[in-house]
Design a protein around this ligand. Sequence first.
Ligand code: HAX
Length: 440
Amino acid sequence: MDKLKEKFAAKALPMAGEIKSLIKEHGKTVLGEYNIEQVYQGMHGMVGMVTETSKLDPEEGIRFRGYTIPELREALPKAPGGTEPLPEGIFYLMLIGELPTPEDVADVSNAWARRSNVPKHVLDMIDALPLTTHPMTIFSAAVLALQTESVFANAYRKGISKKDYWDPMYEDVMNLIARLPRVAAYIYRRLYKNNVHIEPDAKLDWAANFAHMLGYDEFEVKRLMRLYLTIHADHEGGNVSAHTTHLVGSALSDAYLSFSAGMNGLAGPLHGLANQEVVRWIFDLKEYYKGVTPTKEQIEEYINKTLAEGKVIPGYGHAVLRKTDPRYTAQRDFALKYLPDDENFKIVSMLYEVAPKVLGSLGKVKNPWPNVDAHSGVLLIHYGIVEYDFYTVLFGVSRSLGVMASLLWDRALSMPLERPGSVTTEGVKKMISDLQSAKA
Ligand code: HAX
């Protein structure tokens, strides 16, 4: 048995009992109120689920098990000679709730290398899709095709006690995460590198092996990949990809079915697809100004043009955050250190000076500051990964760490079927008039 599995069981299973008593004693305690606006506008700010892995503060940004991104860039174990955390470490932290040692991280790395085999039918299925298919569609379909391997689905069919659900779910979660870099790299090489594939190297860590299979063996790309896959991992439970994975998983759909559903949400332009949209927007901006690096005034003019066309400025705004996203800041920090003279980074920096002012002046944008997606593309382009339609797949590979850790917690804590209520507008109107008559 993986050491991680033993540690998880020791940590999570007693908590299931604790939660039962907590609900028994305090189940009727009121957590908050909500209003009509929230019901109509995406349930923003309504607390409706429990997520153990991370918590988002509107002003401060994300904390993973209490640690901020700058703290984790310091504290998480790194590859020999590396400067950025290994994503294995953030997965361990989210799952176990404690900072891992280098040995813990090596154990996770080895477990994923051991579990990474992707069955041939999945690669054949990828090969069967037209080359014009969006990489996120292929990615989601490939995850579904992997569902043939679900240990949980198999155990459920054979008959398994509720209290043991977490056990096969652990196997699915680990196997799925282990297989994703190979699946994603296969999609990338097929679409953009003449269908010439690169075999995994089991000696490399998860992120370095991914960079290797994509075709980038340079130390600098591996360094970026470790940072990228760490900071995109989780953003508490309510974001579309995390919430979808959790919701679908609540029907006892296995990890593959749940994660594929989550990825379909990540593929939306208001969520993870924003990273490709940012780059498209920057390239359109450059083309508009005839390929010459635009000035701040021209950037402002182009923002206003985008807004006048009724479009959003991709990479800016957030449903919860009210300050610059610390994931943006971590990437900016990386760029200032390693690529300060990059032309696209300079545009991203000018945008940072101009866009919040313009968006803020509209008076309706609740958060005029940049989010994670405003920065990631220019770092990838700098190192030659220019195929921006693929960027959301990179995000998806990272997001697996958070949503899969959460799904495993869901099963260990016996989280039930999720089934919120809904209202009709007729019902809302009646509620309002009843309240008004009661007051009169
Ligand atoms: N550009 C232009 N207008 C924007 C805007 C932006 N970047 N952000 C918000 N607005 C507008 C909204 O469209 C809305 O306009 P209407 O009232 O006319 O409909 C108004 O400001 C109020 O919106 P809000 O309450 O501030 O924002 P929401 O919580 O409704 O939406 C979004 C949050 C992230 C969807 C939004 O800010 C947006 O569309 N941003 C651009 C797309 C983007 O970067 N998405 C990635 C977000 C982070 C993420 O999930 N990454 O994966």
